[in-house]
Structure formats: C-alpha cells, structure tokens
Design a protein. Structure first.
Length: 403
C-alpha cells in the first residue's frame, strides 16, 4: 500500500502541501492584480464594453478547453512539472499585453492566456491529493480555497495602487507573482510516478474521458455546479444589486471583502469538519443555506442587513466546495486524479459562465430574479446528496519524498 512519507507539519499539513498552497496564493495574487484592471486597460487602448465582454468570454472558453488535456497530462507525466510549467507560462504571458498589438486581438490573447493557465488547476489539485492522506483532504482543500481567496483579497488592492502610478506596472507585477510562484513550486518533490499514471492512458495514447469516470463523478459535479452557478450569478449581479439598493461602489466592495474574510480564515476548519462528519452532511447543509440566503436577499432592501447576511452566509456555506473537491479525490484512484479534476472543472466552469449569463439577463427584469434562480438550482442539487460518499476508493495517495 502506498503511503505518504513526508512529515506532517502544522495542522496536519505536509510541508510539500504548504509549498503548493503558497504557490497557489501567489498565482491568485497575480490574477487578482490583473483581473479588475483589465477592463480599464482595454478602455485605455480604445476598446468598448462589448469587447471587454468578448475578452471575458474568450477566457472562459480557453480555460474550459484546457481542462481535459490538462488532466490527462497530470495523469501521464510528473504533476509537479505540469504545475511549474503552467504557472510559469501563465505568469510570463502577462507581459504579452504590453506588446503594442491591435486591441481587437486581445480576445485571442486572453483565450491563449487562459488556456495556458487552464493546465494548472487539474494538476495542482491532483498533486495536493498526492501529498495528503484521504482522511485529511477536506481540511487540505479548505486550505486551498483559503489560499485562492486570500490572493484575490490582496491582489485587487495592489493592482489598483499600481494602476494609479502606471498601468503597465500591473502586468509586470502579475508576471513577477507568477514567476515567484513557479520558483517556489519548483522545490516540490514529485507526486505520482509517470509509469503508474501511464497505465490509464487510452489505446492510442490520447486523452479520453471514460464513461465510468464521468458517471462516478456525477454527484460531485451536480453539487459543485450548483455552487459555481450561484457564484456566477453573484459575480455578475452583486455590485448591481448593492447599488440598486442605494449602496455605493465602495459599499459593494466592502460587502465582498466582508464575505471573503471568513473564507480565508475558516475554510480549513470547515473542511476538517467534513473529514470528521462526512461529505453528505457538509454538502447538504451548505447547499440548503446557499438557497436560504439567496432567498433572504430577495426579501430585504436594507444595506446593513445585506452586509450582515453576507458574513453569516460565508460562515455557513464555506465548507461546501472543499467537501466536494475532497470527495472527488477519494472516489477515484490516485493515477486518475488529474482527469477527474479536469472533468469536474469543465462542468463547473461552464455552469459558472451560465450563472453569469443567466444572472445578468434576469437582472434586467428585476433584482430578485437572479437570486431566485440561484436558490432553485441549489435546492435541485440536493438530489445528489444520497449518492455522495458511496464509492470511496481504498487507495492511498502517491508517496512523496521525505522532508
């Protein structure tokens, strides 16, 4: 039986896992610096709001298309090398925006940029599972969520300050963050061995999606898609919702920060509760509370109440996605972790995009309709709960070097 040979460190997390989490935080900082400034950059180059939307859509398409081959590569080759190469290339790609190209080419640039970055996620999550015992994966994916959210909390502030000085400093700083992340991740020990992963390739050596793997992941996909759909709705309409209630953009930003802070501080603890009490309870409660709070937003018109509800919602729902990611890591063999994460990402990124489109469309008919759609989707996803936690593998993660 394969065993983890790395010494478990603070809070039961191995040292390689901490390195991977730190690299992920740097990657999130780089994206956080860049993302909110991109519309200003496009406008500065003479682009229209429609072009900004096209650029955003092209990024989603590029990211989705990279998930399946990224997952296959993570199962076929050393996952550490995939992670380092993808984050390094993604960071370097920020410098492409400084080339004086026609603004109409930016959708294609963003498509390629997001596609390069799309190889990172399946390999990184699979590698994190390699470094963590199955009974601690809820906790470790809680740390993963916290590291991503922490980067997004810090990045936009840095990007805004840099943009006040000079716009091109935003892209240089994002590239530096990606380079530092790649440098840090290069110190990781290898994860799953190449020869073990190679046993699962198709007869032609090309990536494929096995039907049994998709069927196995379906309950987790349904639950995760509900969270991501609701996230897409909030991402498209939340600022509009707060300002429609009479709040300023500053208040809208404050509400997002207040919501994000519990996710940074307590996601790992919530994931630990999943490890202790099971995925069904965690996912069931968080989906229910997600639907409940989406309904609450329909009933209030008070900005202070909305701010308080957002914080409470964050506390009561932050364990949902770590529980789903841990479930995925437990129900498939170690050598198929990359493809499993890639398949999951295809559906969840797609439903997040659908949430953004549907939420924005429904908001035109009234501020209540987007939240109602999110509540309905979360309640429908409760049907997946009985099927979670039923196909757990006995496999252990791949051994990593002692440290």
């Amino acid at each position: 039986m394969l065993r983890i040979r790395s010494r478990l460190g603070f809070s039961g997390v191995s040292r390689p896992a901490w390195i991977l989490l730190a690299g992920n935080a740097l990657d999130a900082v780089g994206l956080g610096i860049f993302f909110p400034i991109l519309p200003l950059f496009v406008e500065h180059r003479g682009g229209t709001p429609l072009l900004v939307g096209v650029i955003g859509a092209s990024a989603l398409v590029g990211n989705v298309l990279a998930q399946a081959p990224g997952g296959w590569l993570a199962d076929r080759y050393d996952r550490r090398l995939i992670v380092v190469a993808s984050i390094a290339a993604y960071g370097a790609f920020f410098l492409v925006y400084l080339i004086p190209i026609p603004v109409q080419v930016l959708p294609f640039v963003r498509f390629l940029h997001a596609g390069v970055g799309g190889f990172y996620m399946p390999a990184a999550r699979a590698l994190l599972a390699d470094y963590t015992p199955p009974d601690r994966r809820g906790m470790i994916f809680g740390h993963w969520q916290a590291s991503s959210m922490g980067g997004f909390l810090i990045g936009p502030t840095i990007g805004g300050l840099l943009a006040l000085v000079r716009l091109d400093l935003v892209f240089v700083s994002s590239a530096i963050a990606g380079g530092l992340g790649a440098l840090l991740l290069s110190t990781l020990p290898p994860g799953l061995a190449r020869d073990e992963a190679g046993r699962y390739e198709g007869p032609t050596g090309l990536p494929k999606v096995e039907r049994h793997l998709l069927w196995l992941l379906l309950p987790a996909i349904l639950a995760g898609a509900a969270y991501q759909y609701l996230g897409g709705v909030y991402g498209a309409t939340w600022v509009l919702y707060v300002t429609a209630l009479g709040g300023s953009p500053l208040i809208a930003g404050l509400s997002l920060s207040l919501y994000s802070l519990p996710l940074v501080l307590f996601s790992a603890a919530a994931g630990g509760l999943t490890d202790r009490y099971g995925v069904r309870l965690s996912v069931g409660l968080t989906l229910f509370f997600s639907a409940l709070f989406a309904t609450f937003y329909l009933l209030t018109r008070s900005i202070p109440v909305v701010l308080v509800l957002g914080v409470i919602e964050a506390f009561l729902t932050l364990g949902g996605m770590p529980a789903v990611l841990a479930e995925i890591s437990r129900i498939v063999p170690s050598a198929q972790q990359g493809r499993a994460q890639g398949i999951f990402n295809i559906f969840t990124v797609g439903t997040q995009a659908a949430g953004s489109l549907v939420g924005g469309y429904l908001f035109g008919y009234g501020i209540a309709y987007p939240f109602a759609s999110g509540a309905v989707v979360c309640l429908m996803a409760l049907a997946a709960i009985p099927f979670l936690g039923r196909n757990r593998q006995a496999s252990e993660p791949a051994p990593v070097a002692a440290c």
